[in-house]
Design a protein around this ligand. Sequence first.
Ligand code: NDP
Length: 498
Amino acid sequence: MSDRPRLTTTAGAPVPSNQYSLTAGARGPILLEDYQLMEKIAHHNRERIPERIVHAKGWGAYGELHITEDLSRYTIAKALQKGKVTPMLARFSTVAGELGAADHERDVRGFSLKFYTEEGNWDLVGNNTPVFFIRDPMKFADFIHTQKRHPKTNLRSATAMWDWWSLSPESLHQVTILMSDRGLPIDPMHMNGYGSHTYSLWNDRGERYWVKFHFKTQQGHKFFTNEEGEALIGKTREGYQEALFGGIERGEFPRWTVQLQIMPELEADKCPFDPFDLTKVWPHSMYPCIDVGYFELNRNAENYFAEIEQAAFSPSNKVPGVGYSPDRVLQGRLFAYADAHRYRLGTHYEALPVNAPKCPVHNYVKDGAMNFFGGITSGNPDAYYEPNSVAGSPAEVPTVAEPPLRITGDASRYNHREGNDDYSQPRALFNLFDAGQKARLFSNIAAAMGGVPGEIVERQLAHFKLAHPDYEAGVRAALEKQHGYKVDTVSAQPAAAE
Ligand code: NDP
């Protein structure tokens, strides 16, 4: 026993007993002065932090990003230069389920990457799908409410989901992917990731390129059917953690090929579709995917809570040579993600070890709860404001300013529906599916529509029909087979416009 370190309170004092409370005599009540007991109870009460409103259940690991191609004509970003290797963290997640949700549920998967570059942290916070349900952040909170629990029943509501989707036709593309085979990957290694948003790169001549990031699994796509997923959940609710953590422990390191689609800045004006619309992909035939490197995950976290639960990704984290775009949902997320972390983790969440940049940090933020990293980070106690004349104090870096953004657009500031085609790209995807994929799509949708009122079902079927008549017919037949559904002619409504 003597070679064991001394058990102490969090203040460092040795603890005489960790098995028995301190009582007033053998049968007496516990004394308030038993601080070890008080501290144990108090800490236990505080072991949880607010879970993420979305993407609560997650799995993560460390690795490296390798850039193998010359991208200097597109960007000055040091992490994107040929031969560069950058340490990184990845976190995968489901969207709707809470922290204890089963891993093998049909849902979009979060695909978040943090690159610890020499110029600061660069985060790409995407999904395993190239598009999303909305094109405007104004709709995000309402959409998520439909995915979470009903306020009275505290159950998830298929009626709310399909009511909202059927009234928001821009969701059709993502709904189709979600209900297809790719909506239930077997584990994080067997799915692609996408930056989803349009971002930008800019070079040393001040030229901007719009860019889409793709991360193609080198393990191949593998999925479960609904039935396989349900059977698995009966055996384990933690299949993703077991597969990712266990695989890395065994030395099986998954890889993803990194690809870019690149559009010169001014081409965006001539594009036949809105390249900043998150419900749309850039067709490969117009903007081919270019291989630029790969990333590998090869190290597990030592402490899940500290390094994965407290990992804070935000698309606002960018580095010189990388920029945002007018993608409205991206613009909303630039605020939302950092704000969520300030609420969930605290003011100084970026200073937590897993989030802290691996490069020097100098700024003038001051004080605040849990300033555990040494106060002013300017490096000089006299330099706690700016501008100042203190020698050696941190100064702004005008050379990393982005090229000016050319703003174009029309007079209509709010209505982004007009002229938007919500059906062609879901149709293109539907046409890619073989007969088996289509049958599973129909069956998955019908299963998810169980109990939904006919009026809502008909409104959604009208959207499927606008994408492809076979899409509507297939879902209608599956509804009849699974639920005995017949067309509700009384309450059927035409597809709703915004
Ligand atoms: P392409 O035929 O050139 O591209 C098809 C792409 O679709 C494939 O490269 C693959 O993307 C993806 N795909 C193939 N099978 C499936 C499937 N079962 N479920 C989901 N995605 C699949 O045509 P387009 O580029 O014109 O795209 C056609 C449709 O493909 C789009 O409307 C979109 O729904 C979907 N898609 C397109 C992507 C893009 O960036 N253009 C990306 C992903 C899907 P991947 O190589 O990424 O696996």
